[in-house]
Each structure stands twice: as structure tokens, then as C-alpha cells.
Design a protein around this ligand. Structure first.
Ligand SMILES: Nc1ncnc2c1ncn2[C@@H]1O[C@H](COP(=O)(O)OP(=O)(O)OP(=O)(O)O)[C@@H](O)[C@H]1O
Length: 432
């Protein structure tokens, strides 16, 4: 009896959906969206009048629907962003959608009964996703299918590294370190920062093993970046505050030597001079270098020195071949120094705990409303903001990329000498 009810509701649904599809009316949620907006307090009272969010345009795409709304006076885009979960849950409220392809697949397969059960089960867990944007009008995109929850890593080309798969056309997006030299990564713990750092390092190693150099600062106990300690491309690794300063000093001194070299040759940048080496300073938990969190005077001084070098690299490093990747899981007020943030035109944030934390990383809200999916992130550059599923890199892939780059014993001795010398480096800060 129950099964009959279930099957007839499925077939009823199929017939209804096929009819709607034919009329190109499938899953138009504009009415429901407007109702959710009213019920969630987005209307504005103006004397006796109630100003509502007005639908201006709607358009059907392959992936779903796009709606454009005029927002009432007294509301801003952020008011809508803060309701993104309300909108999404409202649209998914007990929705079971069947599409034409499901039906075709069902009839062509052998065991119809089993297939029906599977189809029903998968429809129960189906989830629409929405994205909000603003271009003078509020744009709401309702995607019929959710983004993939797992995307495999593959290396990029040259200085372009894969940062994730975008929803539209399921295509990979790349961060080009030649165009945007510095990037800030943020996100609450366990959402995928370290995984992304590994992906970036491995992509760079794979595509530029002869030209890439790393200065690694891992202040999370040294479990994440220690894999790269013994590769030829790593100039210095730091696990403690003092070592972090030494590593930054090494990078800074080298940056200054490249600067004098360029001056001698009358060139303005490494690109112009045809110098192919690029230097990546990667700091995983930049919050540990925050002077306002220091316990002692000495610690504060060390952290301040680190901050000074990081801002110098952010300010002048781009043309000298230096790139900075700063990651934090505690995006509060001053955790990322201002010069570093101003000079990082790319930001990537996984889910964070609050709108304030999102603003610290992205300068905008939104990362607090990301679904609770590992690897899901907002990637933002000066002209684009997109939700991506970042690639997942496995330990085996990391090992296979590291293996050909491991240093042999002779090279290891040379490296020891280099690291021992670094304490004698003197840092002088000259305005450029
Ligand atoms: N892109 C991804 N796709 C799917 N799963 C992922 C992805 N990135 C990370 N994960 C999963 O999440 C777990 C935590 O990831 P990761 O260690 O990178 O988080 P984290 O943000 O660096 O955490 P913490 O700040 O605590 O070190 C991983 O072990 C992995 O299983």
C-alpha cells in the first residue's frame, strides 16, 4: 500500500515535471523566494506602506534560474547575504524534484523496481543551492544541482595553480601568481586550508621545479609543511617564532639582493630582466605572528620584526619575484597586517564563524554562510568573486610530487651550511 502510494506520487511527479519542462516552467521559485524574503523580515516599513523586494527579471539557464530584484530603500546587499541560509532552506523545504533525464534513465535500465527505489532515495537527499550577487540589482541564482563535494587535485601550468572547481560548467579556476602575486587564505579549523596550501605547493613544484623556491613558516606545530623540509626548492623552514624571523630575514635579504641586481642592470622587474626564479613565502598560521597577542616584550619585538618584513615583501616583492601566501584560522581584527592585506589582491576564505571574520579575510560578508562542506570556499580577486570547491590532494600524490625533488646527501650538506649562516644576516629596512 505504502509502496503504491510512493510509486504513484513519483509517476505523478514525473508527469507533472515533464509538463512543466515542456513549458519551460520547471522549478521557478520566484514566488517562493519573495515570500521567504517577506517572512524573514526583509520588507521595510515606510509610514503606512510596506516596501518589498521587487522581482525585475528572471531567466532560466541550464544550471537553474537567475532572478534579479530591486531592493527597497533602507536595505543593503549584506541584509540579504545574512539570510542566504534562510532562503536556501526555504527553497529546499521538502522538495523532491524529478527531471526528464531521470525518467529516461529509469526506463532504459533493467530492474525498474530497484531503480525506482534508488531514484526516490536520491531525490530525498537532493539539495538546491543558491548564490547571491549584487550589480545594482540583487541577483539570486538558484542552482538545480549542488556543487561537487569532492574534486581531485591536478597540477596547474607554469605559475597558475588550481584553486577549485566553479559551479558554472564545473570548470577549474586557477590562481595566477604572475598576475596576482600575494594571496590570503582564511577559514575556520578543519575546512581545508592546509590541504589547499599543499595543493598550491605541489602544483608549483610539479610545474616549475627548476624555478620555484620556498620559505616555509609552519607555526601550527610543524605537522603540515614538514614534508617539504628536504626538497631542493626549500630555502628555509621555520616552526618556531625565532626561526620564522630568520626565515623572513633570509627572504628579505635575498629580495634586496635581487633589487640591487635589477638596479645594476637597469631593469624594473624580474619579468623585464628575464629572471625566471620565483620565491614563495608561505605562513601557516599568520595569527601566531600577531604582536598584540605576544605574552612577553621579547616576543612582541620578534613579532613586530616579522610584521615589518612581511609588509615590505608585500609592498615591493611582486616585481622582484616574491610571492606571499598568508593563512589564518583566527580571522579577527588585526591578525593580517594592513600592508599585506592591501597588497593581496586575491583572498580565499573557507567557512568562518561570523560575518566579522568573513570581513577580515575577504573585506566582505559571505564566508560565514558557506555550507558546512570541507573544501568549499569563496575565491575573490579585484574583479571576481566565486564559490569554489577546492581540490583535495592525497598523501600519495604529495609524496609522488616530492620524491623527484628530494635532496641527496651532498646537497643536504650545502643546505646545512646555508641555514647555519642565516643567523649572521643583517636586515636593513630601506624605503624603496
Ligand atoms: N578540498 C577538500 N575537499 C574535500 N575534503 C577536504 C578538502 N580539504 C580538506 N578536506 C578534508 O578536511 C580535513 C581537514 O582539512 P585541513 O587539514 O586542510 O583543514 P585546516 O583548515 O587546515 O584545519 P586546521 O586549521 O585545523 O589545520 C582533511 O583531512 C580532509 O579530509
Amino acid at each position: 500500500m505504502l509502496f503504491e502510494l510512493v510509486t504513484s506520487s513519483i509517476f505523478g511527479g514525473i508527469a507533472f515535471h515533464a509538463f512543466m519542462k515542456k513549458k519551460n516552467l520547471s522549478a521557478n521559485d520566484s514566488g517562493k523566494i519573495q515570500r521567504i524574503m517577506s517572512l524573514s523580515g526583509l520588507n521595510v516599513k515606510d509610514g503606512k506602506d510596506t516596501l518589498t523586494t521587487q522581482l525585475i527579471k528572471k531567466k532560466k539557464y541550464e544550471w537553474g534560474w537567475e532572478y534579479k530584484y530591486k531592493i527597497p530603500l533602507g536595505r543593503c546587499f549584506n541584509d540579504y547575504l545574512s539570510k542566504v541560509n534562510v532562503l536556501e532552506d526555504g527553497l529546499n523545504n521538502r522538495r523532491k524534484q524529478l527531471n526528464f533525464n531521470d525518467v529516461l534513465a529509469l526506463y532504459w535500465k533493467g530492474d525498474v523496481l530497484k531503480n525506482l527505489q534508488q531514484l526516490w532515495k536520491s531525490k530525498l537527499t537532493e539539495q538546491k543551492e543558491i548564490e547571491l550577487d549584487f550589480d545594482g540589482l540583487l541577483i539570486i541564482r538558484v542552482y538545480d544541482n549542488p556543487m561537487p563535494k569532492k574534486v581531485d587535485f591536478h597540477a596547474g601550468e607554469s605559475w597558475k595553480v588550481p584553486v577549485g572547481v566553479a559551479r558554472t560548467l564545473n570548470s577549474f579556476r586557477y590562481h595566477d601568481f604572475e598576475k596576482v602575486p600575494h594571496i590570503i587564505l582564511g577559514g575556520a579549523t578543519r575546512y581545508g586550508k592546509s590541504n589547499l596550501i599543499n595543493s598550491i605547493i605541489c602544483s608549483l613544484l610539479h610545474s616549475n621545479s627548476g624555478d620555484v623556491k620556498f620559505y616555509l613558516i609552519d607555526l601550527k606545530g610543524g605537522v603540515e609543511l614538514c614534508d617539504y623540509e628536504n626538497i631542493k626548492q626549500t630555502v628555509s623552514v621555520a616552526y618556531e617564532l625565532e626561526e620564522a624571523l630568520e626565515t623572513l630575514q633570509l627572504a628579505y635579504n635575498h629580495m634586496r639582493s635581487i633589487q640591487s641586481e635589477l638596479r645594476k642592470r637597469g631593469k624594473k622587474s624580474v619579468q623585464e630582466a628575464g629572471m625566471t626564479d620565483r620565491y614563495f613565502i608561505i605562513v601557516d598560521e599568520v595569527g601566531e605572528l600577531n604582536p598584540s597577542e605576544a605574552v612577553t616584550k621579547e616576543e612582541k619585538l620578534l613579532k613586530q620584526q616579522c610584521q615589518t618584513i612581511m609588509s615590505q615583501i608585500a609592498r615591493i616583492g611582486a616585481g622582484l619575484g616574491f610571492r606571499q601566501i598568508l593563512a589564518t584560522q583566527y580571522p579577527t581584527g588585526d591578525v593580517i597586517n594592513r600592508a599585506c592585506k592591501q597588497n593581496s589582491d586575491a583572498k580565499l576564505s573557507f567557512r568562518v564563524q561570523s560575518a566579522i571574520a568573513s570581513r577580515v579575510v575577504l573585506d566582505a560578508e559571505g564566508a560565514e554562510s558557506l555550507p558546512q562542506i570541507k573544501g568549499r570556499a569563496i575565491y575573490q580577486t579585484a574583479d571576481r568573486r566565486e564559490i569554489l570547491q577546492t581540490p583535495l590532494i592525497t598523501t600519495d600524490v604529495i609524496k609522488s610530487i616530492i620524491l623527484p625533488n628530494l635532496i641527496n646527501e651532498e646537497e643536504s650538506d650545502e643546505k646545512e651550511t646555508l641555514i647555519q649562516q642565516r643567523g649572521t644576516d643583517i636586515v636593513t629596512f630601506t624605503e624603496v
